[in-house]
Structures are given as structure tokens and as C-alpha cells.
Write a protein that binds this ligand. Sequence first.
Ligand code: ADP
Ligand code: MG
Length: 255
Amino acid sequence: NRLYSADAAVAESKVPENDAVGEISSFQDLETLGVHRNLLDAITQDMRYDTMTPVQAKAINPALKGTDIVAQAKTGTGKTLAFLLPLLQRMIEEDPTLATRKASRSARSDDIRGIVLSPTRELAEQIATEAKRLCRRTGLVVQSAVGGTQKSAMLRQTQRQGCHLLVATPGRLNDLLEDPNSGIDAPKLAALVLDEADRMLDVGFEKELNSIQSYLPKDKVRQTMLVSATIPDNVIQLARQMVRPHDFEFVQTIP
Ligand code: ADP
Ligand code: MG
């Protein structure tokens, strides 16, 4: 069981067995792995990133193959792009029409294809900003749903503009999924990301995470990526619940 080996690797502070991955370290080279030009151009031309950070080099390659990921790396090491790029690429692979601008016109709020969960409003907004930059050359519509803002205003905007990728705090997303009139649904969800999983559990979002899971489709294989600065027992428990137990990679970068 890979989760147990991840657990042991953390306990012994050893680099896990998948250390050989990540030979590709330039964003340009991702074209050979089939990453859509419109995503790569946003990274290399608009954002002007050239070389991947270590966690990006280790996580992006297996994540692009559809493998579930549990990634541990320090703050400020570029984890956002490490999960956003594979997430957006998977959404485009499952529906190639999303790659071109036209798709934004037919976006719906009840056909969300990607969800990123984040512990705080500020972090969620930062992730949504980075996702919008990445999606600029595509038709992918990004929305955020966080606590402390007006739910009705968010819903009006999402119903009017549609949403392919939703970045949310667990409390607000659970609230929207529980509300039969929200118009928010994700029956064809391609991928789910739990960012800063340790902080989400510290804040006490476990109940909301379980509830959210119950609203997500069970008949469709979705990719799940769990990202965390630390991997304590409660994060391992959460990983057991959320990732496919026999098909995930534990990615760890040690400073
Ligand atoms: P983390 O989530 O690990 O704390 P972030 O994803 O917020 O880190 O990234 C930290 C900073 O590094 C951000 O300002 C981001 O724009 C920048 N960054 C990420 N990846 C790269 C890269 N490959 N090249 C240059 N800068 C990058
Ligand atoms: Mg982060």
C-alpha cells in the first residue's frame, strides 16, 4: 500500500522511491508530453517562467499521466502551478473544446470540471488569480467562492458567466453544493485539488471536506491532488479518503 510507504518515508525523512521522476525541468519541453500550447504560452510568454521549481519538476510529470498526487513541499516553492497546470491540462484533454476562447461563451455553473479547495479566502483568491493568468489564452472560465463575501453576488456572476474551474474555501463550497437552488454542480468533474491540506484540517474543515466528497460524482474517475507543507496523521487519513489508494505518487521535496 503506497499510502503506508508514504507514511514511512515521512517518518524516516527519506526521499521516497519515485525520486527518479522529473527529468523534464523546462516548461517548453512539456509540449512533447502533449500539454496544450495555449497553456504553455501563458506560462512561458505571459508569466515568463522558464525553469520548473523542484516540486513542479517532480509532480507535473506524473500528474499529467492522470496519477493521483500527494505532494509535500515548503511554502513558496511553486506548488500552485504544480497542481494548476496538470489540472487545466486534464480538463482540456477531457473536453478539447475548452482550449479555445469560444468555450467561455457556453460555460455553465452546473458543469464545473475542476475544483481547488484552499483553507483561506486570501489563498483562494491568489490561486484564482494565477489560474486566470494560465487560462487567458483558453476558453476556461475561473470563478472563486469564498466565505466572507456575498453569496448572492457570487452566484449571480457564476450563473451569468458560467464556471469551469472553481477555487473555493470548503465552507463556502459545501454551502453551495448543499443548496439545491445554487445552480452549482460538477457531474463531470475531472480533477480535485486540496491545497494546504494540513491547514484546512487545522481550521476544522474536516466535516465540510467529507460532505463535499459526498456531492461529487462517484461513477467517474477523477484525479485528486493533495498538497501540504506537512504530512501529519490527519493528512494521511484525509489522503486515504480522497485519493485512489492504489494509484498515487507521493512527491516530496526536501529543502
Ligand atoms: P507555494 O504554494 O509552494 O507556497 P506559490 O505557488 O505561491 O508557492 O509560488 C511562490 C512564488 O513563486 C509565486 O510568486 C509564483 O508566481 C512563483 N513561481 C512559481 N513557479 C515559478 C517558476 N517555475 N519560475 C519562477 N517563478 C515561479
Ligand atoms: Mg500554496
